[in-house]
Write a protein that binds this ligand. Sequence first.
Ligand SMILES: *Cc1c(COP(=O)(O)O)cnc(C)c1O
Length: 291
Amino acid sequence: MELYKETYQPLLMDVITVPSPDCYQREPGQSCEEHSTAMFTHMERALAQYAQETCAVIVEPLVQCAGYMRMYHPVYLKKLREACDRHGVHLIVDEMAVGFGRTGTLFACEQAGITPDFMGLSKGLTGGYLPMACILTRDEIYQAFYDDYQNLTAFLHSHSYTGNPLACAAGLASMSIFENEPVLENNQRKAQLMADSVAELKDHPHVAEIRQTGMIVAIEMVKNKTTREPYDWRERRGHQVYQYALKNGALLRPLGDVIYFMPPYVINEEEIRLLGKVVIEGMSVATGDES
Ligand SMILES: *Cc1c(COP(=O)(O)O)cnc(C)c1O
């Protein structure tokens, strides 16, 4: 997203970007799988052209969260793993937001049946209770840095609070819940309830799409349902939904005019129904239309 980059542009590394496989952009009648497959041609072309000077490809698997909760098909990750292997380029997946059950599997990558070379984790690592993040990598890469001290190949990287014991304790507590309770199974029921709670918005004149991956549901609010023309961003329609929700017992955090739920897994059925109700009412207020 340009917003996050423009100020720091002179300091940033040169990166090659390719168009997103985001299924919101698919043609009418095209399946998400077909669209994500077709969009892979851009990645394949970029790899063929730049593999020699490319260290790694980085993706956020299945859901581009800060990028308006746009979602794509796992087939893209499968193809990406295969192409990265073929071109000798590492694959980095950013599972900060989608890791730890958010998409329905413990890690989003599992839905494509792939193993990345690096995986970044945070948020769900501690269930959100304390800040902690980590990067996992394969033994092969670990071994490249592991050597006799005299060879000076150690990977030097740390923060003041790396391995902070309190955060580690929170992480371990969260991991033990995954081990001892059927979290992913319970989430399946909750995800279905989340879908049901806003299902009626499908026919709303200002809803272009309701999309869902596991415990993320996003509603794309637009000016014109048929052409998908967005509202003028200065009208801040999403913010109006947020304000309505705040007055009615729910804290939402829309991304522009994309309203979404990404609740903690302790949410109960009644709370899910409340969220749905508040969003439906809030959207009537923000768009001036009943669903
Ligand atoms: C939150 C988030 C980050 C940042 O993680 P930190 O642990 O705060 O550095 C990176 N990527 C994604 C997708 C995120 O959601």
